[in-house]
Design a protein around this ligand. Structure first.
Ligand code: GTP
Ligand code: MG
Ligand code: ZN
Length: 290
């Protein structure tokens, strides 16, 4: 007998997927050409006779949120129905501020709350993340300093993640899988060399459920394409610039010449961080030249 039920995609491959439904994990085929990503809610048919784990996804339910990136100028969904994005930042590999600002921009455009996790603090002499932390706390972005490997400061982070669906993003080697494992208690292979068998870099996004939260561990990226965003969408990643721009003399102010520009005044007064301003101008100009 066929049973129709709903579930959530925890892993998606090109023509099959893993779905959690009614507390069980099912390996599913996909009917027709349904465009799915991790986190999607779906309707599926499962066979109740053979009591294990096979199903057919027949429909995707509406997405509450969807996170997009662009790849070769095409807008592609990365994950659905997430509430938060945790951006992992490390000194090694070095995460640059432009990468962080791009992630903030795509999150804000998707109405998903970004926050920053400074990881691997066990490798640092003194708190050398402090300056970057100030830049982002100033604009209302929550930040954490942790060591995923040594479980340092994880309690506060866990409390923050409670009741949320969060995707961890960041460069390859920043510790997303190590952190996901430390928080969820699930065994996940990390990038370290294991028995000389090679490097376990994450190749597919996976959603992990615990009683308190849902976490998606994603593959590392060197850069994130935001070509699909127009200049008026880029500025959503820069709330402090929006604030000051409201008082610019000219409504179509480019915020690049002095005259009547409150953004430039705020920059000169130190009310807007230089790195944030520079990234805003860089990303806006990039979009304009397309
Ligand atoms: N010292 C230290 N090492 C860490 C910490 N967190 C992760 N690592 C190490 O960093 C390496 C990469 O960790 P992963 O968790 O695999 O990184 P990832 O972000 O999942 O990498 P990809 O899957 O390739 O994107 C591993 O050798 C981890 O042991 C930390 O807090 N301190
Ligand atoms: Mg990984
Ligand atoms: Zn201006």
């Amino acid at each position: 007998m066929l049973k129709v039920q709903t579930g959530q995609i925890v892993e998606f491959y090109s023509n099959s997927c893993c779905v959690v439904s009614e507390g069980k994990e099912l390996r599913c085929k996909i009917q027709g050409r349904i465009n799915l990503v991790v986190g999607d809610l779906v309707q599926l048919e499962s066979s109740s006779i053979d009591n294990n784990s096979e199903g057919l996804v027949t429909k995707r339910l509406d997405r509450v949120t969807a996170l997009y990136r662009s790849k070769e100028k095409v807008k592609k969904p990365i994950a659905a129905n997430i509430s938060h994005i945790g951006i992992l930042v490390t000194k090694n590999p070095k995460t640059n501020l432009e990468f962080i600002d791009k992630w903030i921009t795509i999150s804000k455009n998707a109405s998903i709350e970004p926050f920053i996790i400074f990881n691997k603090i066990d490798l640092l002499q003194n708190s050398s993340f402090q300056e970057d932390q100030k830049v982002y706390e100033r604009i209302g972005i929550r930040t954490f300093q942790i060591s995923a490997k040594l479980f340092t400061n994880l309690d506060e982070l866990k409390k923050y993640l409670s009741k949320k669906t969060t995707i961890f993003v960041g460069n390859s080697g920043s510790g997303k899988s190590t952190l996901t494992s430390a928080i969820t208690g699930k065994k996940i292979l990390s990038k370290a060399l294991s028995n000389n068998q090679g490097v376990h870099t994450t190749s597919v996004s996976t959603l992990y459920h615990t009683d308190e939260m849902k976490i998606i561990d994603s593959p590392g990226v060197r850069d994130i394409g935001i070509d699909h965003l127009k200049p008026k969408e880029i500025i959503l990643g820069f709330p402090e610039i929006i604030n000051y721009s409201l008082n610019c003399t000219f409504p179509n102010c480019s915020h690049q010449t002095d005259e009547g520009c409150e953004v430039i005044t705020a920059l000169k007064n130190g009310d807007i961080e230089e790195s944030r301003y520079n990234n805003f101008i860089f990303l806006s100009n990039q979009e304009k030249t397309k």
